[in-house]
Design a protein around this ligand. Structure first.
Ligand code: AMP
Length: 229
């Protein structure tokens, strides 16, 4: 059975970090719609030009565009053993479209990472990513710290910096957008047997262990349906 996962949770909950870890451990691709959009912005493509102002304001790119991107991505052969979606779905319309895309495939396992708002603001306004490849900075390397200026990315040697949308004004807007558009997804999914609620307000290694245990249990529960894709 393929391991088809979505990671839900507010911005700053640790979805990207945990999805990276889990994807590596299981040998399946992590698909981050935020990374795809940032790549398009950096490349100056038509998608990037349309998405940039929306992302800079902390708003959501249209469902139509996002569903098209994910549909195309999930048609590639590298998802045959499974995938992790990070940052998608973000609206109920996206979740409904994803259910359509998943017809005939192994059922989704939903990992919802929960963290209180005050902790999210603290994390987002101090986090750093590599300006070259987008990887997260090592744990504990924070924006504004003396070490941050001279540190270099372990993957590509790039410098670290803050994401354009990680300033306090945009962070507060993104949290509002999350409450309005994305939180309803918890209601959409939580009655499914494969829904896993995870306390994300702990050290990353502890969160990772909880995710691993919850996903293993959900996968072993022999979820109904699916053809193994
Ligand atoms: P993220 O890296 O997941 O925090 O995404 C960064 C930004 O990309 C978001 O604030 C949105 O503007 C946009 N974005 C990413 N994924 C989606 C999605 N599924 N639907 C709409 N907008 C998205």
């Amino acid at each position: 059975m393929a391991l088809n996962l979505i990671f839900l949770g507010p911005p700053g909950a640790g979805k990207g970090t945990q999805a990276d870890r889990f994807a590596q451990a299981k040998g399946i691709p992590k698909i981050s719609t935020g990374d795809i959009l940032r790549g398009a912005v950096a490349a100056g493509s038509e998608l990037g030009l349309r998405a940039k102002a929306i992302m800079d304001a902390g708003n959501l790119v249209s469902d139509e565009i996002m569903i098209g991107i994910v549909k195309e991505r999930l048609d590639r052969p590298d998802v045959s053993a499974g995938f992790i979606l990070d940052g998608f779905p973000r609206t109920v319309a996206q979740a409904e479209a994803l259910d359509g895309i998943m017809a005939g495939r192994s059922p989704l396992i939903i990992v919802d990472i929960q963290v209180p708002d005050a902790e999210l603001v603290r994390r987002l306004t101090s986090r750093l990513i590599c300006r070259g490849c987008g990887a997260n900075a090592p744990e504990g390397l924070l924006a504004g710290s003396p070490e941050a200026a001279s540190a270099r990315c372990g993957k590509c040697g790039g410098e670290f910096g803050q994401r354009a949308d990680d300033n306090e004004t945009v962070v507060l807007e993104r949290l509002k957008v999350y409450q309005r558009n994305t939180k309803p997804l918890v209601d959409y999914y939580q009655s499914r047997p494969s829904f896993c609620a995870i306390d994300g307000a702990q050290a990353p290694a502890q969160v990772a262990a909880k995710i691993e245990a919850a996903v293993d249990a959900a996968a072993a529960a022999g979820l109904p349906g699916g053809t193994g894709r």
